[in-house]
Design a protein. Sequence first.
Length: 379
Amino acid sequence: MAAPVTLSALLEQLTQSLSLTQEAAPALSTIAHPKDGISLLDVKNEVLLSYLENLIFLILLKIRNHKTSTSDSIDQKLNEEVRSKLVELRLYLEKGARPLEEKLRFSIERFLRTAEDAQREEQTKEQHGKGNDRTGSESDEESGSGSDDDEDEESEAEQDNNKGNAPRKMSAAPKLNNLVDDVTARPAQRDGAPSGVYRPPKRDRQVMDTGARKEKVDRRPNKSRTMEEFVSTELSAAPLAEPSIGTTIVQGGRRTKTAADREAEAERREYEETNYTRLPKESKKDRAKKARQDGSSRRMQFGGEEWHDLGEGVDRIDRLTKRKEGGKGANVRAMLDKSRKRGRDTTDGPRGSGHEMGDRFTKKVKMLEAGRRDRGKNR
């Protein structure tokens, strides 16, 4: 827990802060705005400073009113003016300066990079100039020795001086060395030390989807809803909620709602109740499109239920439960298969099975149609 601060210590701290700000105020006033600066940033700083000043002034007014515990009309008017000014300045900052700064962010960053590059170039030039002055002074001292043994040293100093003055003379000349590719000039370093050439990172090869997976899914037989409903209702011991009588009848009794329709309706109702919104009603175009899709998918509905691929579902169960040949129960399985292939005997006439009856009916219909077509030809 922090030690309690006395009033005298707090006053001393405030006086020290005020004295420091008074000393720094003349130095800040002498700072002039740059000629090539960005006016948007200057305006933003000025508005922010004015906002802070008004905020401090409002705090002082609150402290004064709290001390006096009396407020007249002048103080209230002054408070309202300060608040309105704060709102105005905050509006300038939020709706004026910030959106403009976001739009000009790329240009501002580019200007700042250009200024930093210029400062860096000036610093490098100054460093080169100081180095050249040092080499020149050293060469002058060595040339004034007058000894025969220092002739080699004088020639080396002259070479260093020529090298130091070369950048000044060649500053305006074209730099041909920059036009040579570093990688082609030094191929030995390509595999060794890292060069300054940008190399993209190695990534795994991305293979485009050819649609083979989708075709495989399309070839897969669809599940029979009738079999699923039969298993869930008849073979399951869990309690099952059934709709009320008459709630599943639609279109004036011409059809009834299937389990899939009830699931879609429940999902729609749950979405509307969760998101507090009302979904639009299905249009005629959407209903026609849905009917076309149902017709193209070979969905067979009768009595409000789907009988699509019922035989495929039975064959699938038979295929899954079928045992290998020669195993346990193979003879019983063969006997059952023979009994299924054997025709069913009838006692009320030579009509045979239902399949033969259907063939005889289609044959009779074809004969009647052929008779209608040939009825008026011999007249």
